[in-house]
Ligand binder design. Structure first.
Ligand code: MLT
Length: 263
């Protein structure tokens, strides 16, 4: 299914019924990264997954994808689906978008699930990595990102023992248009620091992180949990960055428990 936001087509899926739960994917992936969650959770609630602009089946204009823009797209999707309030779950860049969303549209948030993400802005070193990656993408295409990111997204064990999973993630990255990758890199490099806003979060919040996540570390997750009143922190063993794909059972159980506690 699709909706148009100022002429940009955004693709989404909508399954199940009950409490609305909207999943927002990571960089540089798409909504299919949530397949194990849709399969399990659609029996318990209404599960919506979206391809952010630049990803999957959505349009990918050559532009700068500010987190603010992504949060406007998410609000437009909720409006389109006539959903007043939803539980929002974002992983990594998806979490950056949700922290921007919360600052603009908190009245639409029933609960927040922040997975393998951080509140802080990019350091100048991190920004430098984005610019280097942008140049590599320009030269070599999405394969440059796939090669650099894959060993960071999955744990060494997953990479060794789950070649099918590694292949799925690799292919997902390769399928992402260059304009989408560039738009994300610029948007992430220039995003603002959401740390001061954490103490204003009043919605029930669940924070999940893979114990071996080196991209957005358990220490950063703990920092967010310390600043958000009443937040629950779950550190998942046997997973790096893509905790929902590496440990879907534990991830799904934690999300289900959270959904049942907020409805
Ligand atoms: C992601 O998984 O969305 C990215 O690793 C986030 C980032 O590069 O900061």
């Amino acid at each position: 299914m699709r909706l148009s936001v100022d002429g940009v087509e955004i693709a989404y899926s909508d399954e199940g019924s009950g409490v609305p739960l909207l999943f927002v994917h990571a960089f540089p992936l798409n909504r299919t990264m949530w397949d194990p969650q849709v399969q399990f959770l659609a029996s318990y609630c209404r599960v919506i997954t979206v391809d952010l602009r630049g990803h999957g089946e959505s349009d990918a204009p050559s532009w700068f994808y500010a987190m603010d823009q992504l949060s406007d797209d998410l609000r437009a999707l909720l409006d389109h689906l006539l959903i007043d309030r939803a539980v929002l779950c974002g992983l990594s860049m998806g979490g950056y978008a949700l922290l921007a969303f919360y600052q603009k549209y908190r009245e639409r948030v029933l609960g927040l699930i922040l997975s393998d993400t951080r509140a802080g802005a990019d350091s100048s070193e991190a920004r430098g990595r984005r610019f280097r990656m942008a140049q590599a993408v320009q030269r070599e295409g999405a394969v440059a990102v796939a090669e650099e990111m894959l060993p960071k997204l999955l744990s060494a064990r997953s990479l060794q023992e789950r070649p099918e999973l590694a292949k799925t993630v690799y292919r997902m990255i390769l399928s992402t248009p260059i304009s989408g990758i560039m738009g994300d890199l610029m948007g992430m490099a220039l995003r603002s620091d959401a740390t001061p806003a954490l103490s204003e979060i009043q919605s029930p919040t669940l924070i999940l992180v893979g114990e071996e996540d080196g991209l957005t570390t358990p220490a950063e997750a703990r920092l967010m949990a310390d600043k958000i009143a009443g937040a629950t922190l779950v550190i998942v063993p046997g997973a790096a960055h893509l905790v929902n794909l590496e440990q879907p059972g534990r991830f799904n159980e934690a999300v289900l428990q959270f959904i049942q506690s907020v409805k």
